[in-house]
Design a protein around this ligand. Structure first.
Ligand code: MG
Length: 395
């Protein structure tokens, strides 16, 4: 009996708290695999070209990925890889379903049964990019930047079983003269870090606190913030300066009194080679839905292990991408936690038929074949960005 072959590659962009481009690959025997891409321009075009390249071929992930990379321009780095990442995951899901194995087995097998998750709490109020306005803009500044609300959100996450929580320090943006400035005085530095002091006082050491800077600062401002954060024993200071200049990141890392985490904007093993090889970060924080896929994440994790650099995973995905991250994380030796950004989005769990995949601050990757979760198409369609895409997705 001949092996089933690839029939179609489809994408549906779902409007969650961020855009979630969901990839669906169907085989000639009707089997369906899912993956997810990090949002970005041109994903649909790349996947259309990829479909032309892989249609009619068997599910050999290594071969298909090399084929797509060789024939799609600019696939070495950059946003083309957002699309390739979702495609790659959908192929692993299919390979698992064809062989009867969970994806973590295909990636070498588990070193942990359950994977820790950390809750991104943003500020005293949540944040979303979709729907035109950010939630912090909708919430009053008093609500978003109020220490009681920071503490309330920290306690809420701890009550759900999370052992790691994260807040931002690059807001409120109107504290800068313009949105393009990177340097602020000590009054602002003290203000944005004061909330973290309030949280630490309230929660003591029952939870580790991470801080995100979203590449907002100059080297001197980043270091001023890091020195304040050291008073509160934060677990990491993420993306203190822009990502393109690895030497600047290295300078911050060498002078910062708190550990630095970075990597969510980088692509492929090649960009992580420079970051890790130069010793520019204490912790890597890659985005698997962007960097090139699950196998690429494994290669990066092996490299990081050579330098004793632990791995955490940046994640703003639906449960599809989040579960894919849990499968690869289960196979990584020195792993901290996967991000979860949707504590304020009540229908996040409904995106898959299995319901809530995070319990007690952890994900247990299922032993079922493939990713072990199935897209709830009804929910995805209800929140689709473009109804024209829905028709195509269902074909
Ligand atoms: Mg971040």
């Amino acid at each position: 009996m001949s092996e089933p072959t690839i029939k179609s590659v489809r994408v549906l962009t779902v409007m969650g708290n961020f855009e979630w481009p969901i990839v669906k690959v169907e085989l000639s025997n009707g089997l369906v695999g899912y993956g997810e891409c990090h949002r970005g321009p041109g994903i649909k075009e790349v996947l259309r070209r990829a479909e032309e390249l892989i249609r009619g071929r068997e599910v050999n992930v290594e071969y298909l990925l090399r084929l797509v990379r060789k024939h799609i321009p600019n696939s070495e780095w950059g946003v083309v890889n957002n699309a390739i990442s979702g495609l790659e995951t959908a192929l692993w899901d299919l390979k698992g379903k064809l062989t009867g194995l969970p994806v973590y087995e295909l990636l070498g097998g588990r070193v942990r049964d359950r994977v820790a998750v950390y809750a991104d709490l943003h500020a005293g109020a949540g944040i979303t990019e979709t729907g035109g306005k950010r939630w912090v803009e909708l919430a009053s500044t008093e609500v978003a930047y109020n220490v009681e609300n920071y503490v309330r959100r920290a306690r809420e996450a701890m009550g759900m079983g999370f052992r790691y929580i994260k807040f931002d320090v690059d807001v409120p943006e109107n504290m800068m003269e313009t949105e393009f400035d990177r340097t602020v005085g000590m009054k602002v530095v003290k203000f944005v870090t004061s909330f973290i002091g309030g949280v630490r006082d309230a929660v003591k050491y029952d939870v580790d606190i991470m801080i995100d800077g979203h590449w907002a600062f100059s080297v001197p401002t980043a270091l001023a913030i890091a020195r304040e954060l050291a008073r509160y024993d934060v677990f990491w200071f993420e993306d203190p300066v822009p990502p393109e200049n690895i030497d600047a990141m290295m300078e911050v890392r060498l002078k910062s009194p708190v550990p630095i985490a970075t990597g969510e904007k980088l692509y492929r093993l090649s960009q992580f080679r420079e970051l890790i090889g130069k010793g520019a970060t204490d912790i890597i924080h890659p985005d698997v839905q962007r960097l090139g896929g699950l196998l690429e994440m494994k290669k990066i994790a092996y490299l990081a292990e050579e330098y004793y650099v632990p791995v955490a995973i940046h994640n703003i995905s639906s449960p599809i991408g989040t579960m894919a991250n849990a499968h690869v994380a289960a196979t990584i030796g020195d792993f901290i936690a996967i991000e979860w950004h949707a504590i304020d989005l009540p229908w996040w769990p409904d995106m898959v038929r299995e319901g809530m995949i995070i319990r007690d601050g952890h994900i247990i990757p299922p032993k079922r074949p493939g990713l072990g979760v199935e897209l709830n198409e009804r929910v995805a369609i209800d929140h689709a960005k473009d109804q024209g895409e829905v028709k195509e997705f269902l074909q």
